[in-house]
Design a protein around this ligand. Structure first.
Ligand code: R5P
Length: 314
């Protein structure tokens, strides 16, 4: 079966970078809007019996991104392609993964159902908000981690004297894994969410005095979590505070907060488009090579577990 890679309209730069790594051209697909706002999709090259990969992070605007991806999946399935892999470098709505109040949805599960109903045979994604989201799918999910890419890039800067810090309890396990990879210490800030955009970070577990601290998180949106945790670390005597965040889905408020914060640097990946010009402290590290390798291995029927080791980030 031939491999072809297509992009939705959310992040064509990443899809192009993956295609370049794979040494293939990006597939031709027409994506347009009718005057009333409805989406139209047409694959303008042959995809019958082809192994199709469609790249679309479901980031801002999330509803548009998801709908366009669903329509692309439907079009691909109806064109008799051999297999369809939905490549979601960022899986939006991941934070709505449980029913923690009465009469609320589990939207992450709804999105999983929609992707499968529309025609996805497999999913390839990175740093889901919660690992359990993989179980929302009854099709294979390949889940990549940005950690090896960050660690390979930042190993010189954060050595054994540094502290890896979880900015809330939810990211504790992830931060532990980073601390193991860097071979350095671990601390945790206890966060309390006051509203969708406001957080408090009243407690710190661990000693960060005179340390270079690296906050690690899957996602930043309003940056309240990062900025409040950074302040708490500075109060506790941290020498410097930076952050490594896989998905930089920053709102305007988030950009302003980072620009006004004590954070030295925010390292992120290109799973979603990032406007570095509005926030010069952000440094983007590409995960395109990792996605390209994963796609090649999925296509060839090879294991991808070796991509979780540190060497894969180099
Ligand atoms: C929460 O559990 C996530 O891991 C992030 O910490 C959170 O979503 C970040 O949101 P914000 O940037 O708005 O504080």
């Amino acid at each position: 079966m031939e491999l072809k890679l297509f992009s939705g309209s959310t992040h064509p730069q990443l899809a192009k970078a993956i295609a370049k790594e794979l040494g293939i051209p990006l597939g031709a697909v027409e994506l347009k809007r009718f005057p009333g706002g409805e989406t139209f999709v047409k694959f303008t090259e042959q995809i019958r019996d082809v192994d199709v990969f469609i790249v679309q992070p479901t980031c801002c605007p999330p509803n548009e991104s998801i709908m366009e991806l669903l329509i692309m999946l439907d079009a691909a399935r109806r064109a008799s392609c051999g297999r369809i892999t939905a490549v979601l470098p960022y899986f939006g709505y991941g934070r709505q993964d449980r029913k923690d109040q009465p009469r609320v949805p589990i939207t992450a599960k709804l999105i999983a159902n929609l992707l499968v109903s529309a025609g996805a045979n497999r999913v390839l994604t990175m740093d889901l908000h919660a690992q359990q989201i993989q179980g929302f799918f009854d099709i294979p999910v390949d889940h990549l981690y940005a950690a090896p890419v960050f660690v390979a890039h930042l190993r010189q800067r954060f050595n054994r004297d540094a502290q890896i810090v979880a900015p809330d309890a939810g990211s504790g396990k992830m931060a532990h894994a980073y601390a193991d990879m860097f071979g350095c210490g671990f601390a945790l800030v206890a966060k309390r969410r006051v509203s969708a955009s406001e957080v408090e970070a009243p407690y710190l577990v661990g000693d960060v005095n005179n340390c270079d601290c690296l906050l690690v998180d899957d996602l930043s949106s309003t940056a309240g979590t990062l900025v409040q945790a950074a302040l708490r670390l500075r109060e506790a005597g941290a020498r410097s505070v930076s952050a490594a965040v896989t998905h930089c889905c920053l709102t305007d408020v988030g950009i302003d907060r980072i620009n006004a914060s004590i954070l030295d640097k925010v390292y992120t990946t290109d799973t979603v488009p990032v406007d570095v010009s509005s926030c010069p402290r952000i440094e983007v590290i590409s995960v395109a090579p990792l996605f390209a390798t994963a796609i090649k291995r999925i296509h060839q029927g090879d294991s991808i577990s070796s991509l979780f080791s540190l060497e894969s980030g180099k």
